[in-house]
Structures are given as structure tokens and as C-alpha cells.
Design a protein around this ligand. Sequence first.
Ligand code: SIN
Length: 535
Amino acid sequence: MRERDNVDLIVVGAGIAGLTAALSAAAAGLRVVVLNKGPRWRADRGEQSTSTFYAQGGIAVVEPDNPEDSIDLHVSDTLAAGAGLTDVHATRPIIADGWPAITELVARGAEFDRDADGSFRRTREGGHSVRRIIHSGGDATGAQVQRALGQMMTASLNSALTCIDDAVVTDLLIADGTVVGAAYRTPDSGRVRVIYAPTVLLATGGAGHLYAATTNPAGATADGIALALRAGAHVADLEFIQFHPTMLYLPGARGRRTLISEAVRGEGGRLVDARGESVTAGIHPMGDLAPRDVVSRAVQASMQASGDDCVYLDISEVDDFERRFPTVTAGLRAAGIADGHVPQRIPVVPGAHYLCGGVVASPSGQTSVPGLLVAGEVARTGLHGANRLASNSLLEGLVMGRNAAGVAIRRTGLPVADVSPPEVEDRPAMDRKVLQDLMSGKVALARSAAGLAETAAALLAAPNRAMTTVGDLEDAALTLTARAVVAAALAREESRGCHSRVDFPALDALDGVATSRVFNFDGQTVRPIVEAVCV
Ligand code: SIN
């Protein structure tokens, strides 16, 4: 028998979900390999490859001794934001596990902003009825979490916990319908290598680079969705792509653009048009702090009405902006917007920010394929429904990472079949710029049957390409995922949450029940999930 690399758990991805799972599993004695598409985390690196690093606002969590808050209230805010598709059976345990998970994160070295008495400072964001979002370094929460987990990972590396950087996974290995390992490439080896394990966890983040401009880092190219689909897993709710209402506007800029945290509005920022009129007046009782889909549509409607290219975030009422929001301030400076002081009005537009759907999974990350787990943005647990509540994403990644480690612990010792990795075959891959422009034009905040059908046809015609570089693999992942997004958007003949159809502007609230559709690799509906009551 040839020599095999065997471990107990393979983790693909090195953000909050992946590193939490890796550290938890290693602490329980498992042999763990992390396959990290990016370079090794380093404290002095201003740019990092994970979406976690760029998260600003914070982590939504109910502190047990906060008399104003409760698990019930957080669940109810999450359901309201999710526009009828949030699964309460997944939501409650994820939210209830938030506090123990945060306590563990703090024990791993994460520091949060605190008042003089040691209690966590809390802010508010869209859709939250109370101040429950804990943060770090003002608006550098994700960077803090990445630092804590990255440092602990580096300190914990040994023969049982390894991290392979710049590693791109080409395929999952499958034997008799069970995932038994992963094949990957690194630039220095060039050739495909294989690791076997009874459990593979995809914690690969999101898909922001389906669009020309996004708040996501360059690696957010839907890799995990594509790997899971090719392994036979099911996806759902992919039509719900959340556009953040306040991404920095720079004429013509593409790729990752600076996010202006929703917490700015939580601290008094106001969305106004060029004439200083409120963008959200009369639209929702929560005004500028309405759920994100509502605010993004209001921004878009204001821009359409005025013909302007952006609206403005008026920060004149925000105390000590540069100290409270150092990450935003640095982003504005880097973009040449704030040479001296930050301007009182920051130009903003909605930007692709978060994939609410993903690979169908339990709160512990279990998918329809044995041996395959998912955690974080790549997963669809039902927590986010049709529109994610702000700052529930780091919470979900953290809780699912812990839970997934528990599943991996239970699966340790299961037999792992020996299969050879397939050759990396040619795959349909559209030119990235063409794909992004199509998705930005036809599959963004306003969609129609005609635009979706045009996009579907173009995606279907994508030529096969040899998978030579990381960029080729990413383009193929984007193409496959875009097909699935468009199939889901075509199938949903209503407007709900982040999905707006100009040809079906109303909710389809049949009998007060809303339905998620589960899709397979071919873009076919496998089954509906009917479990949510419209709110
Ligand atoms: C933000 O800081 O506005 C982003 C938080 C989130 O996406 O949950």
C-alpha cells in the first residue's frame, strides 16, 4: 500500500470558523490539518485573506447579566430580519451557544472593548432592538479575532496540528458517497497532493467576488460552495445575497472596497442624499437602523430618484469618529478620501457583502454528504433566512466551528477508504470580469426573469478551461456558484429579503408559509424546506 497522509480532521479555511474548529479539535487530541488558501497570518500584515479579518461592527451576543436583553429577543430580531425564512430550530441553539463561545474566544486571547468597570461595551446595528454587539478596537473586531486565533494557532503548531499555507483545494475525495479527504495544490509543489481524514470541514467564507465591487477580500470566490456541490452536497437560499448599504463609493473602482460599518449609524450616523434629505424617512419604523435589505433598497431607490451615483453617510452627530472608527478612518485615508480629517459626509453605495444561503447544514455543520461539514458563511443553517441580521455572522462562525469540532471528535477512528485523487479535469470557467459585470448588472439588488435568463444562458455557455492556476480554480468556482445563484433567483418568483424581483414585487405569502428550495449541482430543485412562518 502506498504511504498515506492521514489525519482526523481536515479544515479548509483559516477564518473564525476554521481556526475555532481546528483549535478545539486539536485541544481534544485530534490530528488536524488546516489548508489555508492565503498566506500565513502575521501581525504586521495590513491585508489578510479572510473575511473575518475585515469584519468591523462586532459580534451579536446576549450577555447573561444584561437585563435589557434575552435569547428570546435576539431570536425574535433575527427572525424579523430574515423575512420569513429564518429557521427558528437552528437559530435558537446558535444564539444560545453564543455566550459560552465568546467566553472561550476571550480565553483564547481575544480582547473586546470594555468600560471602566470591566463590562463589555455594546453598540447597535440594523435590525437589533437593543445594544448587544460587542466590539474590539472600535471597529476592528474581525482583525482582533483573527489575531487571537492566528496567534494561538501559530503557538499550537506541532506534529498533530499543522497548517499548510497558500494551499488551494482542487477536489474532495469521495468513496461510496462519503468524503474521505481532500486534494490540494501549493504553488511551490505545483502537483496535487492528497490528505485523508474521516471528516473534512469547509470553512471557506463567501462569494463576494461574484460581483464587480464587494466588501470581501480577494479570496472570497465561492470555493466551498463549488467543492460541496461537486461532492454531491445540497445548497439553499443562494438567491439571498446581502448588499451592505454603506460600502465606500469610488467611481469605477472594482474588487474589495472599504466597508463603512453599520455601527456608524448605531452611533448617530445618518444616511442622506446630496440635498441632505434622509434616505430612509417613512420607509421603516427603525429608520436608518432598519434591517439591511430594507436600507440597501432605500439607498438604491434614492439614487434612482436623484440620478446620483451615491448617497452620503452624514457623521456630524457621531462623537469622536476617528477614535471610535479607526478601521473606517484608515480605509478612507487609503482611498484618498480623508487626507486631513474625515469629511462630514462619506459617499456610499450598497455593496455585495454576505451570502445568506449556502451548503445546507445543521448548526453543527453536518451536510447531506457523510464526512463533509461546513461552517461559517459557506453554510446555510437557516439562521439568516432571506436577510442576515447584522453581526450574526461572526457569531455563527464561532459557534459552528466549536460544534463542528465536536462532530469531528465523534467521527475520529471511522475507517477511511483509500481512493486515488482524480486528475483535475477542465471545468467551465467564465472570464471573471464578464461574469462580475453580468452579475452586477442583472443579479444584484433588482432582478427580472429576462435579466436572469440572459445571465443563465451566458453562464451555461462558459467555455471549459484547464485548471492550471489558482485563478482558474476560482473562476470555475465562481461560474458554478453563479449558475446556482441564478437558478435559485429564477425559481423564486417573489420579492423577499435580499431578493428583489421587479417582475414579482410582492411577497408570495402562501398560507403564511415561506419556502426555501434545496438545489443540487445541476441547478435542479431537490426538495423544498417548508418550515418558516412569514413574519
Ligand atoms: C458592519 O460592521 O456593518 C458589518 C457587520 C456585519 O456584516 O454583520
